[in-house]
Design a protein around this ligand. Sequence first.
Ligand SMILES: Cc1ncc(C[n+]2csc(CCOP(=O)(O)OP(=O)(O)O)c2C)c(N)n1
Length: 328
Amino acid sequence: MKNKTIEKMEQHPNHFKKLLRKMWEIRIFEETLEQLYAKNKIHGTFHLCIGQEAAAVGSIACLSQEDWIASTHRNHGHSLAKGTSMRAMFAEILGKSTGINGGKGGSMHISDAKNHHLGSNGVVGGNFPIAAGAALSMKMQNKKQVVFCFAGEGATNEGSFHEAMNLASIWQLPITFFIENNQYGMSSAFKKMTRLDSIAQRGSSYGVESFSIDGNDLMSVEQLSKRLVQRMRHGEGPFLVEAKTYRYRGHSKSDSCLYRSKEEEGRQQAYDPIRRVEANFIESKIMNKMDIFEEKQIIREKIWQLVQEVEGDSLPSDQELLANIYAK
Ligand SMILES: Cc1ncc(C[n+]2csc(CCOP(=O)(O)OP(=O)(O)O)c2C)c(N)n1
């Protein structure tokens, strides 16, 4: 008997191809950043979401362009999934004037008002009140738009998380706090930083309906997110989601992961969110191994072309560097 995931993919092959393509784009975008960094072309650090792509793609696929997201220092997946231009992101990270923020913010400050992306945030937990404020604004204006606030499990130890959850709960705001539990906050293992088994348990203190799911399973992420978006559009909310996942790379570029074993990292490869969808595609004959290889190759080539183009862009002028620093 076929499993439900395969059946669903066979019914909607183009939809799932679109989602898989987005996951490939995110991964290849980040692998390209690693290569550029190794060539000393990127100044400053960045935080990769390699291994966490299903959480970003499965959830944001359920939002409209008008819905809002708020992201973190680990924002590339969320930003690309929400529709931020890859070119403008490369340019930003390479410090070019054509960057999404004129090349002055870098990886940790990608924001994109046009695509209703409230911004990434280098302050852990800094996005919870911003996102709750956006949800309050939607509610006060009787708008149907909803907010997804992304954060890591470490951020739920910050006071801002608890304050935002409480306010969102008493005001019944259309917001989902989407927590990607990638098992580590820098070098601190989740299990050492809380005595709870799941971040979802935190919702009960605030009367917030909460869920814990396999964040590396694209289908589970999408199905739950779709339900929550529908419910929020009908006046329900807030919600808390723990999406269990794993970050394959170090916390940032300066981290060589000495706090965890190679065996653990190896075991986690079996749950790679991208390889799981590829395996489903092969089983359901939506794509074969060669199709997958070729499609990824095409994306890789396009991305390198883009990088070459961006490398030719100019750096911000002295005047541009000083623009938009102070409010007028
Ligand atoms: C308020 C604040 N405290 C500490 C830091 C340093 N810091 C940056 S990322 C990070 C860990 C965050 O862990 P988590 O929220 O689980 O997100 P992840 O990095 O796993 O995606 C810390 C402590 C910071 N940027 N801001």
